[in-house]
Design a protein around this ligand. Structure first.
Ligand SMILES: [Zn+2]
Length: 91
């Protein structure tokens, strides 16, 4: 049996940030990061583009292939790369 996503343990999403290329990345409860790109038609995740959409996904489970592969946790993202979970309010 090959190594597939099916064997990766599900982990809860804690927060979202952007990587150095500007792609949306989820930080999981295990300390691993996983890309959550919106790249239709291959990957269709329109919710990553809005704060409300991201907020809805906090606590959702993603299969973590890095846990399955026994990789060490990813370093925490710098605060300036974190994506907001609430819409900006006009002053
Ligand atoms: Zn993990």
């Amino acid at each position: 049996m090959g190594r597939t996503l099916l064997t990766a343990p599900p982990k809860a999403i804690l927060s979202f940030h952007r990587d150095t290329l500007g792609d949306c990345v989820a930080r999981l409860a295990c300390g691993h990061h996983q890309h959550t790109r919106d790249n239709p038609p291959w990957v269709d995740r329109p919710w990553v583009r809005t704060a409300a959409g991201r907020a809805r996904m906090i606590g959702s489970l993603l299969p973590c292939v890095k846990c399955r592969d026994g990789l060490p946790p990813d370093p925490p993202p710098p605060p300036e790369s974190c994506l907001p979970l609430t819409e900006p309010v006009d002053e």
